[in-house]
Design a protein around this ligand. Structure first.
Ligand code: ADP
Ligand code: MG
Ligand code: MG
Length: 211
């Protein structure tokens, strides 16, 4: 049964940087429809800096990797998403502090704490057309899989499927948080950029763990 370890945590950061860069224009296009056309640029800048930081360090535990990601996102990414993802990784890193390995149960707990941090900061509820709509069903799937005693990879695979569904389900929604909410009803019919980046981040995590 595979675990997340420090090497894989670093690979996660590499994969996130790569997948965000590959989807930079796409994320910016989504944000141009209902926001200010900077989500791809913000995310790419943040994860480029995060990877630089992580590559230049040695780590003894998984928490420390995600803590560096969190601090970098908070300090380099402006707008809504920087502090929100920064908080996600910070809260997750606190749960993973001192851990050399994480199994599905611990990873689900860490991501649950991360999501709670996002909700505490951004006050978005499910259905408000934000990253919360992709993260919530994904983390619920992780928790359900952990409860069933499934392997880490299987849990992540299910979480990715649910994140994708949550992302697509944002299309008809009317935004109630963030810039897109300024559009009111006109925000309907567009996929949320932040829900999309959350799906991509989870996809990168899956790939780093061989899912
Ligand atoms: P900005 O809107 O400040 O330009 P970004 O474009 O980088 O920031 O990020 C926009 C994304 O942030 C949205 O698509 C949405 O998913 C997410 N977001 C915005 N406000 C909130 C919030 N209050 N709670 C959760 N997510 C939010
Ligand atoms: Mg924006
Ligand atoms: Mg902006």
């Amino acid at each position: 049964n595979e675990h997340l370890d420090v090497t894989k945590a670093v690979a996660i950061v590499e994969n996130i940087k790569e997948i965000i860069d590959a989807n930079k224009e796409f994320l910016t296009k989504l944000d141009s429809a209902i926001g200010d056309a900077d989500h791809g640029i913000n995310m790419s800048r943040g994860f480029t800096k995060a990877l630089e930081k992580v590559r230049n360090n040695q780590y003894n535990d998984i928490g420390a990797v995600f803590k560096d990601v969190a601090m970098t996102l908070m300090s380099t990414v402006g707008g809504a998403a920087g502090p929100l993802y920064g908080t996600f990784f910070m809260r997750a890193s606190m749960k993973l502090a001192g851990q050399k390995e994480a199994d599905l149960t611990l990873l689900a707990q860490a991501f649950r704490e991360g999501l709670q941090g996002v909700v505490a900061l951004g006050k978005a509820q499910l259905g408000d057309k934000t990253m919360v709509d992709a993260l919530t069903p994904a983390i619920e799937a992780l928790e359900a899989a952990a409860k069933q005693g499934l392997p880490l990879k299987e849990g992540l695979k299910r979480a990715l499927d649910m994140a994708e569904k949550g992302m697509k389900d944002t299309i008809p929604l009317v935004a109630r948080k963030g810039r897109a909410s300024y559009l009111g009803e006109r925000s309907a019919g567009h996929q949320d950029p932040g829900a999309t980046s959350s799906y991509l981040i989870l996809k990168a995590i899956c790939e780093a763990l061989g899912v």
